[in-house]
Design a protein around this ligand. Structure first.
Ligand code: NAD
Ligand code: IPM
Ligand code: MN
Length: 365
């Protein structure tokens, strides 16, 4: 039986998790047989057991096929030490399972072309992927410290570090993804100031020469790439970039689609040669949205579509994944909008959006 660990976390996390559970139950009624396990992570885990990343959660993750992660964080945890903060739970899971390839698709649904803050013609029909390296770079590089250097001064250090193998495996993932799409990869770094950028480009080019020459490859400095993403995003197919640039560029890409509440993601590890499977965690790109938490108005689409990516990447249930995507598109086509994509017009709450998606799923079944 396929199994999923649900980690609801903080803020709007539990609200969008409840919505997604209803969607999973729909597929279970149709015979999918998902076994759902729940666990604690982030601030919720810190409050309950004193750590954002409990051993019990790790064990549950080890024992299930994939993780569906909602969101963590909140201002009430701002005073905590770095490794006690809710985000440490998320980073710990990514690192523990070596989930180096974070696929962040930015798709503009036809009905939402006017919800973006950019002009319709700039975003209409957009379908790109930001492929973010997720387990290296400045997020995990050592040293990572704040030290007292006397005279009332402190010094903070983060370390941006990449080894060849880390760049090579994310480059391969980019070329593989592009091959199944429009065959174009744009690599973004800052080789003009960063040594990691110099190596990044070198390794991406070397990997390209090793059997990927059918894919078109070009390079952009990440700052210019950010500008191009809002000037003419449809020039891209797959953008591959490091952990920090990928974090920022994917929030930019989210806004092209209308709202952070729309963007799902898949965080994948390497294929295990013994089992043929890969570890995976599915997570909306957005956070815990403390400004709207507890009001039941969050857009559940990013998390529901993250479950859709699990259907595709972890369970090879491609028909189901397509049906779910079609149901989301149809609900939007009907004019159903949560507040974040309503542009000030009439809106429904989290439950209303979920009802609309479920109604289309049931009609199609
Ligand atoms: P955020 O993504 O939580 O929110 C940014 C803005 O987008 C807010 O105005 C929010 O209301 C809106 N928004 C986000 N998701 C939405 C949704 N589903 N529906 C409607 N509106 C939505 O980012 P932030 O405010 O910068 O961060 C809040 C906390 O979340 C921080 O503690 C941060 O570290 C954490 N965070 C967690 C994750 C994660 O768990 N994967 C991702 C990003 C940020
Ligand atoms: C994301 C988030 C996380 C990140 C935070 C919450 C650690 O912003 O998934 O985009 O920076 O990776
Ligand atoms: Mn982010």
């Amino acid at each position: 039986m396929p199994s999923l660990l649900l980690l609801a976390g903080d803020g709007i996390g539990p609200e969008i998790t409840d919505a997604t559970k209803r969607v999973i139950e729909h597929f279970n009624t149709a015979g999918a047989g998902f076994e759902l396990v729940e666990g604690l992570v982030g601030g919720a885990a810190y409050d309950a057991v004193g750590t954002p990343f409990p051993e019990e959660t790790l064990q549950k993750a080890e024992a299930t096929d994939a993780i569906l992660f909602a969101a963590v964080g909140g201002p009430q945890y701002d005073h905590l030490a770095y490794d006690e903060r809710p985000e440490a739970g998320l980073l710990g899971l990514r690192k523990h399972f070596d989930l180096f390839a974070n696929i962040r698709p930015a798709i503009v649904y036809p009905a939402l072309a006017d919800a973006s803050s950019l002009k319709r013609e700039v975003v209409e029909g957009l379908d790109i992927i930001i492929l973010r390296e997720l387990t290296g770079g400045v997020y995990f590089g050592e040293p990572k410290t704040i030290e007292d250097i006397g005279n009332g001064q402190k010094r903070a250090v983060d370390t941006q570090v990449y080894d060849t193998f880390e760049i090579e495996r994310i480059a391969r993932a980019a070329f593989d993804l592009a091959r199944a799409r429009r065959g174009k990869v744009t690599s973004m770094e800052k080789r003009n100031v960063m040594k990691t950028g110099v190596l990044w480009r070198e390794v991406v080019e070397a990997t390209h020469r090793q059997g990927y020459e059918d894919v078109a490859l070009d390079h952009m400095l990440a700052d210019a790439g950010a500008m191009q993403l809002v000037r003419d995003p449809k020039q891209f197919d797959v953008v591959v970039t490091d952990n920090l640039f990928g974090d920022m560029l994917s929030d930019v890409a989210a806004q092209l689609t209308g709202s952070l509440g729309m963007l799902p993601s898949a965080s994948l590890g390497a294929v295990d040669e013994r089992t043929g499977r890969r570890r995976a965690m599915y997570e909306p790109v957005h956070g815990s949205a403390p400004d709207i938490a507890g009001r039941g108005i969050a857009n559940p689409i990013a998390m529901i579509a993250s479950f859709g990516m699990a259907l595709q990447y972890s369970f090879a249930m491609l028909d189901e994944a397509r049906a779910l995507d079609a149901a989301i598109a149809a609900a939007l086509e009907d004019g159903v909008r949560t507040a974040d994509i309503a542009a000030g017009g009439p809106s429904v709450d989290t439950k209303g959006m979920t009802d609309a998606i479920l109604a289309h799923l049931q009609r199609a079944a």
